[in-house]
Design a protein around this ligand. Structure first.
Ligand SMILES: C[S@@+](CC[C@H](N)C(=O)[O-])C[C@H]1O[C@@H](n2cnc3c(N)ncnc32)[C@H](O)[C@@H]1O
Length: 386
């Protein structure tokens, strides 16, 4: 079959129309004419397998990694960086238009260097191979390095790879700030060993030292940590809220800059390892005015805060949480999202409850893959206009 690639969909595949059917073909660039064959259905979507590019895009480039195509980690390496960014902006705009009802004209994009940016790697280990899962599979593709990783992490991986040989199946988490490495190997039974002297890695967040370990959540892109924190602190400095809350706060990446600017702060998180690191980070920085809640944010506990930061996993927020925020005192919600579809769904809920989208940015935290972060500021309309 022959078709034109209309756009790139979430997941990185190209959208090709075949009569009534929409077919998703990986490895293509928007605007190309391609030959593909039927690769069956995955869930409800028709899949195509690229056979030949008949009319290539000028934005098609040779993938920089020899494992590209087999390794499931990246899915846009065959596009120029500019084209990758255009594709992500189009995915965001389409989800906002389709799910939230409207999309603002192209939001600004915060770009990142395309290599050596990744703070944490999660290598998969199986039967003597260490690498990453193949696309849509649990087969482990052994890799000889990864250009997304800082040199310190890559060298650590290559040096200590022989230590994984005895492990039947497991996961190896390697975290680095570009200099110091903390790394832990764990089998499927949960038993593990440290492969580094350091167990935590320090990051400078404003004037604070923020420490996390391989077991903690950490934003994926080393170069975007300071810009992401600055996006939040700009809002806080402009608004000067008397009280703030950080929901889905992890080990406190946003809590520390909030606490430096706000007299009353609540930080809420459900994962015990992140809560332990959050408490250690508050203590390390001698911050005593943050109330820490170990709770499920999706249950929507009422919050007495004027500014609320939410940074959920891909599933986004719940209707209960949006209702609790809309029913509370929040004038401003700063929403960081890693999924444009659930973000668009939640935005629609906020808009129905009296909030308006004031600012939107696409943060390209994941060059060479279709993932990206969204920064947004939602303002309560009545209070803003009062
Ligand atoms: C995307 S991370 C953000 C962490 C933090 N804001 C940061 O930038 O480092 C999402 C966090 O939400 C936590 N989490 C997931 N589901 C949750 C829930 N239902 N209630 C509270 N926290 C949750 C995860 O453990 C994780 O730390």
């Amino acid at each position: 079959m022959i078709g034109n690639v209309l756009a790139i969909a979430k997941g990185g595949a190209g959208i090709v129309r075949d009569g009534e059917r929409t077919v998703f073909v990986p490895g293509v660039v928007a605007g190309e004419t391609v030959e593909y064959d039927d690769a069956g259905r995955l869930h409800s979507a028709w899949r195509g397998r690229l056979l030949r590019v008949l009319e290539p895009s000028r934005e098609r480039v040779p993938p920089p990694c020899p494992h590209y195509g087999d390794c499931g980690g990246c899915n846009l390496q065959h596009m120029s960086i500019a084209e990758q960014q255009r594709s992500k902006a189009a995915i965001l705009a389409e989800n906002l238009r389709r799910i939230a009802g409207s999309a603002p004209p192209s939001p600004p994009l915060l770009a990142s260097p395309a290599e050596r940016f990744r703070s944490k790697a999660e290598f998969q280990v199986a039967g003597g191979a260490a690498g990453f899962f193949a696309r849509e599979s649990h087969r482990v593709v052994a890799v000889g390095g990864c250009l997304l990783l800082p040199r310190a992490s890559e060298e650590h991986f290559l040096r200590l790879r022989p230590r994984t040989a005895a492990l039947e199946r497991g996961q190896w988490r390697v975290l680095s700030n570009g200099d110091i490495v903390a790394s832990r190997l764990e089998g499927e039974d949960g038993r593990g060993e440290w492969l580094s002297r350091e167990r935590t890695v320090p990051f400078a967040i404003g004037l604070h030292e923020w420490r996390v370990g391989p077991e903690n959540f950490v934003q994926a892109n080393l170069f975007q940590l300071a810009p992401m924190a600055a996006l939040l602190t700009d809002v806080v400095e402009r608004e000067r809220p008397g009280s703030a809350a950080d929901l889905f706060c992890g080990a406190g990446f946003f809590t520390l800059p909030l606490a430096a600017r706000c007299g009353r702060v609540t930080a809420l998180e459900s994962d015990p390892a992140n809560l332990a690191s959050l408490r250690a980070n508050l203590e390390r920085n001698r911050i005593g005015h943050v109330r820490v809640l170990a709770a499920d944010a999706l249950r929507g506990a009422p919050l007495d805060a004027e500014l609320v930061v939410v940074d959920p996993p891909r599933g986004g927020l719940s209707g209960r949480l949006v209702s609790a925020l809309a029913g509370g005192r929040a004038r401003t919600v700063v929403y960081f999202s890693c999924d444009s579809a659930t973000f668009a769904r939640d935005l629609r809920l906020f808009q129905a409850r009296g909030f308006a989208l004031e600012a939107l940015k696409l943060i390209d935290n994941f060059p060479h893959s279709d993932h990206f972060e969204i920064f947004s500021v939602l303002k309560r309309i009545e209070l803003r206009d009062a």
